[in-house]
Design a protein around this ligand. Structure first.
Ligand code: ADP
Ligand code: MG
Length: 341
């Protein structure tokens, strides 16, 4: 076992705004936890990360703060983000040897300074060699597309903080769009809907559950009814109301439309030869947002193109990043070029 660990401490990381996943070379996915940190307000000492920190949401006292350091597809708090990344890496490094080589997938919209911060965090965690890869590229590889071919593929990755849309060909990103409308925005739209339409305040986790269970982007064959509990904003007392999946669809429609519009904008900017490839091959959806009921159908209707959902969309990115780690020599060309200063 010790010997095995010695050889398998290279890791691939999907540092997502909602979830962090880690792949260990030779083993596959070993960690899949929410990108959440609980820390002491006074000295920024990290108290819990991942699932443990998630359990504490809404139940902390005033000395503890809980944040999602990657919230909007950018690093909201460098120190905490670094602490989280180090803690996750430490959690999977069972041997005394720290991770030697690390491949990290980052949102394509992050700045040079943020890229530097991610590299530094991995180095501080003991990595000798750090490589970065853009999210849509990792997703395409995870889906199993041959990204080296002179053929265009369109990937739409809908995460928590951002929707990243890219056309990939010849190992590179030909064009891309990144918008800050994704899962979080949909969840927030549901919270707003209950506040505005029903004067009820519901928690973020409740809203997320509603989104995942009855949220949709097109009419359902059988519309669903759900009971929702929250705090009445007028009386202050807990109250329960009934709503339908059509109501929730209405709440989500603006976010869904923004994602569709971003896809249409990128299609408009796509060179004709690649557009022809996309016409034949269609659009691939990944990320947790791809699981929203009927989103594939909605994009199909609006683009008139074939739309496919990746197998296990929540792990496509880490599987792609893992594949790059396992076969680094074949994939050097897809990495983000490092800028030294
Ligand atoms: P990130 O890469 O930003 O960490 P993920 O790809 O892990 O994001 O996706 C997380 C998002 O997907 C969250 O906003 C979550 O609510 C959403 N999600 C997960 N399952 C579903 C579902 N069945 N329907 C709609 N949204 C979902
Ligand atoms: Mg992601």
């Amino acid at each position: 076992m010790a010997l095995f660990n010695f050889f398998s401490n290279d890791v691939a990381i999907d540092l997502g705004t909602a979830n962090t996943l880690i792949w260990v070379k030779g083993k596959g996915i070993v960690l899949n936890e929410p990108s959440i940190v609980a820390f002491d307000r006074s000295d920024k000492h990290i108290i819990a990360i991942g699932h443990d920190a998630q359990q504490m949401i809404g139940k902390t006292h005033r000395d503890i703060k809980i944040i999602r350091p990657m919230k909007d597809g950018a690093i909201a708090d460098f120190e905490i983000a670094e602490g989280m990344l180090r803690a996750f890496i430490r959690k999977v490094s069972m041997s005394w040897q720290p991770a030697r080589r690390v491949v990290v997938c980052v949102p394509s919209g992050i700045t040079e300074v943020e890229k530097r911060a991610v590299r530094d965090s991995c180095e501080h965690a003991g990595a000798k060699e750090v490589h970065l890869i853009a999210e849509p590229m990792a997703s395409a590889i995870g889906i199993g597309l041959n990204v080296h071919e002179p053929v265009g593929n369109m990937i739409v990755d809908i995460g928590g903080g951002t929707t990243e849309i890219a056309v990939i060909a010849l190992s590179g990103i030909v064009s891309d769009e990144s918008i800050k409308i994704a899962g979080d925005e949909m969840t927030a739209a549901i919270v707003n809907y209950f506040r505005r339409q029903h004067n009820i305040l519901i928690g973020e986790r409740t809203a997320e559950q509603i989104k995942c269970s009855v949220g949709s982007a097109v009419s359902l064959k059988e519309e669903l009814e759900i009971e929702v509990k929250g705090r009445d904003l007028l009386t202050g007392v807990p109250r329960m109301i009934e709503v339908t999946s059509a109501d929730i669809r209405g709440a989500l429609s603006e976010s869904v439309q923004e994602i569709v519009n971003a896809v249409l904008r990128l299609l408009e900017r796509t060179p004709p030869e690649l557009a022809a490839d996309i016409y034949d091959r269609g659009i691939m959806l990944s990320g947790g947002g791809a699981l929203l009921k009927g989103l594939d159908e909605r994009i199909r209707e609006e683009t008139k193109l074939p739309v496919h959902i990746a197998e296990d969309p929540l792990t496509a990115v880490v599987r792609g990043t893992g594949k790059v780690l396992e076969n680094l020599s074949d994939y050097r060309s897809v990495l983000i070029k490092s800028t030294r200063y």
